[in-house]
Design a protein around this ligand. Structure first.
Ligand code: SAH
Ligand code: SF4
Length: 368
């Protein structure tokens, strides 16, 4: 069986060409699956009967199965999705007045092992397929519509999800081809039709892949900086030892030249007395001087057995003020979905304890 969620428009065209069908069938099919969100080939009523019959024989539309569906007090909603082999991933919906954002996972686990990240602590399991990545968006839109949520843009015929952030589990640029194919479906007018500014990819800093992304699919870029110098960043974000700050910032500059947004968002997790001192804010200002950028300060979200603590509000605000006084836009990310462990860096899913050969759930602790 092939899963039609695995195909972007180019791949569908190739599939139809191979089968002697007209290439425009690709557009029709994409519209049925991603605009009308159907889950059966049979429902594609404007495809000629013989085409449908042939397709239905070996093609399906299948997103990862939902293991758990939880809604937080603030309206954030998290789906735990089974991707087989005792792996689960998470997608989080964050409603706001003017948008609906979905935070999407790109890998089961992550190999990069950042010191403050619960996903990193699980280790790497595998890359998600295109169907598993785009399936998160397909599923969220379908489920939210079925729940009857309302928003002005939904009344105008748009999907509930208006913005996507690749900030769930995994390093998206380490699963480059599948992530790019999935993002192409997000941007495709026959599918979700999101503008490049409404799709944000967050990376810990895989320099060569940042350049490839600029050429392949220049969506909005967020870079997890977290430290103002190599000595500290080496310990927090180990990939820095391979791609140090000067190379990373040069790649950011190259990116903004081609990107739809003329700035990069630097994410900075606020770790108490590790990276949150005023002199570190000043060093940060000096470091990024040449890069058009904004800052997003993320209060650290704790999880069990972590050595880190969340910076106090006073220290975060003082840090923010130094960035703002230097002329930068610097926001403090609001923690959403705390009561369902849906905040940044808390996505852990369900992992197999390889030594004991049973399923364990890593339970993130309640945030401070
Ligand atoms: N792998 C990518 C994207 C996923 S993580 C990346 O690292 O950028 C999305 C953001 O959450 C990143 O900025 C990451 O550094 C941050 N993050 C990870 N663990 C966190 C935690 N425990 N608390 C707050 N933010 C965290
Ligand atoms: Fe991977 Fe990002 Fe977590 Fe680092 S912060 S371990 S790159 S998911």
């Amino acid at each position: 069986m092939i899963n039609l969620l695995d195909f972007d428009q180019a791949a569908l065209r190739a599939l139809f060409a191979e089968r002697g069908e007209k290439p425009f069938r690709a557009k029709q099919t994409l519209r049925w699956i991603h605009r009308h969100l159907v889950d059966r080939v049979d429902a594609m009523t404007d495809l000629a009967r013989p085409t449908r019959d042939v397709l239905a024989r070996d093609a399906e539309i299948r997103a990862p199965a939902v293991v758990r569906d939880s809604t937080a007090k603030d309206g954030a909603r998290k789906w735990l999705l089974d991707v087989g082999g005792a792996n689960a991933i998470e997608a989080v919906y964050i409603p706001e007045d003017d948008r609906g954002t979905l935070c999407i996972s790109s890998q089961a686990g992550c190999a990069l092992d950042c010191a403050f990240c619960s996903t990193g602590k699980q280790g790497f399991n595998r890359n998600l397929t295109v169907a598993e990545i785009i399936g998160q968006l397909w599923h969220a839109n379908r489920t939210l519509l079925a729940s009857g949520i309302s928003a002005p843009w939904i009344e105008r015929g748009r999907h509930p999800i208006t913005n996507v952030v690749m900030m769930g589990m995994g390093e998206p640029l380490a699963n480059f081809d599948n992530v790019v194919a999935a993002m192409r479906i997000m941007l495709d007018d026959e599918a979700y039709g999101l503008s490049r500014r409404r799709v944000t990819l967050s990376t810990s800093g895989l320099v060569p892949a940042i350049d490839r992304l600029r050429d392949a699919c220049p969506v909005a870029l967020a870079v997890s900086l977290h430290a103002p110098n190599d000595a500290l960043r080496d310990t927090l974000v180990p990939i820095n030892r391979k791609y140090p700050l000067n190379e990373l910032l040069a790649a950011c500059l190259r990116y903004v030249e081609a990107a739809p947004r003329d700035f990069v968002t630097f994410e900075y997790v606020m770790l108490d007395h590790v990276n949150d001192a005023p002199e570190q804010a000043r060093a940060l200002v000096a470091l990024v001087r040449d890069v058009p950028c904004k800052f997003n300060l993320i209060p650290f979200n704790p999880f069990p057995n972590t050595e880190f603590r969340t910076s106090s509000r006073t220290r975060i605000v003082a840090f923010q003020k130094i960035l703002q006084d230097a002329g930068f836009v610097a926001t403090i990310r609001k923690t959403r979905g705390e009561d369902i462990d849906a905040a940044c860096g808390q996505l852990a899913g369900q992992v197999q304890d390889k030594t004991r050969r049973r399923i364990v759930k890593i339970e993130p602790a309640a945030a401070h």
